[in-house]
Design a protein around this ligand. Sequence first.
Ligand SMILES: [Zn+2]
Length: 282
Amino acid sequence: MRVLTIDLEEWFHLLDYDATRTEAEWGKFEVRIYENTERLLRILEDTGSRATFFVIGWIAKTYPDLVRRIAEQYPIGTHTENHQLIWQQTPEQFRADVRNSIRRLEDITGQRVDTFRAPGFSIRPTEAWAFEVLEEEGIVVDSSIFPAHASHGGWPGFPSDRPVLVQGDGFSIKEFPMSLAHFAGRPFVFAGGGYFRLFPYPLLRRWTREHDDYSICYIHPRDLDPGQPMVPGLSLPRKFKSYYGLSGAEKKLRRYLAEFPSLDLRSAEQAIDWSQATVIQP
Ligand SMILES: [Zn+2]
């Protein structure tokens, strides 16, 4: 099973930079989300792949027509209302944000929204409380676990990179973690964002083939946009991560999806016998 997810955000939705941190700054930047979403929709249509779109509430509020158009064809999940890191929030702030985003996305799309991805994969072991909040707010499927180190989160040592049930006192969430490859004994995520742009295609293919039963890919609209401006004030490593490989990325994604046709998370969730799933208690 191959799963494709798209985190629907703008080119400037980079985390932890003052210049791009909150809604107050976002209105100042060039709008590229229409063009970049059209590109992704064309790729999906041409390759016959499906994807779940994790939408930031702010995007839906600002461009409701765009999100409605996506929702006519593809399932919508929430990527929170304001794209803030989970570990910078209290459980109460997180709950309010998730609740607002679900309400907004459901109002705009007419779909039930029960699928979630945290900004920057920012559910770490110390934020395991987030699962309980998510379940209480109606989330059934989560795809926030990055089982390696990540710039803004990650859960190194998470026991699986295959779909599992994350269970605790009174909650049970169907989790679709990111897929891992190993190099020199160290795990890393290969199929998404800057990693997808960085690794040469033959390696992506090899690692994906090694995941016969399940692999997942995450893409942002900005990952395929060579024309985007440079966010001011980025560190050198961040510049590299955000801008490397943009010009070849569309071609690479088309090739990848032609070779590995992908499902959205809803179809993937329905295809799994959850009574046989591994249970993880964080
Ligand atoms: Zn994001």
